[in-house]
Write a protein that binds this ligand. Sequence first.
Ligand code: ADP
Length: 228
Amino acid sequence: LKSAFLANMSHEIRTPLNAIVGFSDVISTTYDELSEEERADFVRLISINSEHLVRLIDDILDLSKIESNTIKFTFTDCSLRSLMIDVEKEQTMKPISEIEIKASLPNEDVYINTDITRLKQVICNFINNARKFTEKGYIHFGYTVDSIHADSVHVFVEDTGSGIPQECQKEIFDRFYKVDTFKQGTGLGLSICKTIAEHLQGEISVTSKPGKGSCFTVTLPLDIKIND
Ligand code: ADP
């Protein structure tokens, strides 16, 4: 597993790095010959690939913190509505044609005691996966409160993407697992999300239908008040 991971990693690091080096080189050597649009397009590609590389390195650092048991959590009371609005603002700055990305929120705000940065990391990871595996339709995210017991809140990200075959739905939370090994990715994201969810006293789950889409959920205990 380790050598397969390392082989895949060097590919995962090289691809965005080559794009960053290549496009910067083109801009610096042929600056005057390029049109405004070409320059803007190359800068956009450099930015996308840099973001991808940062995410990759963050995942590896998180994995090493998990391995050495030094991952830290800071719990505070926080508003889920504000969190979702923040995430929506960030996501709408990176629109994708043919996909609607938006928060789908109930009227009530919900306050929970959690590590907000880590919870946001889980939601953004779900959304980034949804962006990767969805070609058209929507990506909706939000939260719902358990109406029967009202003792837990479900934070979800739903997409109309490729979906995941039933027989793979357990394994996707395992370290290094990818349904399609040719697709971009290290197979680390969901295993990190699972560890984070456990530290937040929560649970992670998925429902998915191939060809229809997926819904990833992290269920967290709700022992705090609900405000209008
Ligand atoms: P990575 O995306 O880096 O490969 P993850 O651990 O985040 O790693 O995901 C593991 C695998 O789960 C992905 O490679 C993909 O096969 C599947 N997967 C995750 N999210 C989705 C989604 N929203 N739609 C379809 N497949 C998904």
